[in-house]
Design a protein around this ligand. Structure first.
Ligand SMILES: [Zn+2]
Ligand SMILES: [Zn+2]
Length: 179
C-alpha cells in the first residue's frame, strides 16, 4: 500500500512524523492512504486529513466568506468547482488562526514561506476574486495558494478555481508525477 501524496511526488509537511511512504492512515475526507509526511490529525477533532484535503478545505472555507454571492457562484460554476459550495459548516475553517491551531504542521509550511506576506494581503490573487472576499477569506485563499505552491501539489490535484485565482500557481503547478 502506498501513500497517494508520495506517489504524486508532493513535498512534505513541517516536522512530519513516522517514515515517509509508511502509511499511517486513510484520509477522513477522501479516503486515500497517506503517510505522516503528507497528512496530519486535526488538533480540534482528531480527523486524519491529507494535505490535499486541507488545501481544499481552506479553499472552500475562503469562498464561504464571499461578499458577492452572485459572482462567486458564477465563478465556481465556470471552473467546475460548485461542490466547494456544499461544504458543511462544521467543516469550515473560520480563519487562518484556527487553521494554525488545528493543523500546525501544515500551517508552518505556509507561515514560513516567503510568499505568505504577499498572499495574506491578497497580492498574487487575481483582482476580481480578491474583491469578492473579506479579509479572513483572502487570508484563507492565500493560505491554500501558498500551500499548493510550497508542497508542489500537481495541477491535477488542484481545484481549477485556485489556478484561475493565481497566475503564479497556474504557471508553476507541476503535472502529476504518477508511475
Ligand atoms: Zn507520503
Ligand atoms: Zn484527503
Amino acid at each position: 500500500m502506498s501513500c497517494y501524496c508520495c506517489v504524486i511526488g508532493a513535498a512534505t509537511i513541517y516536522q512530519p512524523i513516522g517514515t515517509q511512504q509508511d502509511v499511517l492512515g486513510t484520509c477522513y475526507n477522501c479516503h486515500i492512504h497517506a503517510c505522516g509526511h503528507h497528512a496530519d490529525r486535526s488538533a480540534d477533532d482528531a480527523q486524519y486529513l491529507c494535505m490535499l484535503c486541507v488545501k481544499t478545505l481552506l479553499t472552500a472555507s475562503a469562498f464561504t466568506r464571499t461578499q458577492n454571492t452572485e459572482y462567486t457562484r458564477r465563478l465556481l460554476q465556470e471552473t467546475g468547482n460548485v461542490r466547494l459550495m456544499t461544504l458543511q459548516s462544521e467543516a469550515t475553517i473560520r480563519s487562518v488562526q484556527s487553521f494554525a491551531r488545528s493543523h500546525p504542521r501544515l500551517w508552518v509550511v505556509v507561515g514560513q514561506s516567503p510568499r505568505w506576506d504577499g498572499y495574506r494581503n491578497g497580492q498574487g490573487i487575481s483582482g476580481q476574486v480578491r474583491e469578492a472576499l473579506d479579509e479572513d477569506g483572502t487570508e484563507l485563499l492565500g493560505a491554500a495558494l501558498v500551500l499548493s505552491l510550497e508542497l508542489r501539489i500537481p495541477r491535477e490535484d488542484i481545484e481549477q478555481i485556485l489556478l484561475v485565482a493565481s497566475e503564479e500557481l497556474s504557471s508553476e503547478a507541476p503535472p502529476r508525477a504518477g508511475r
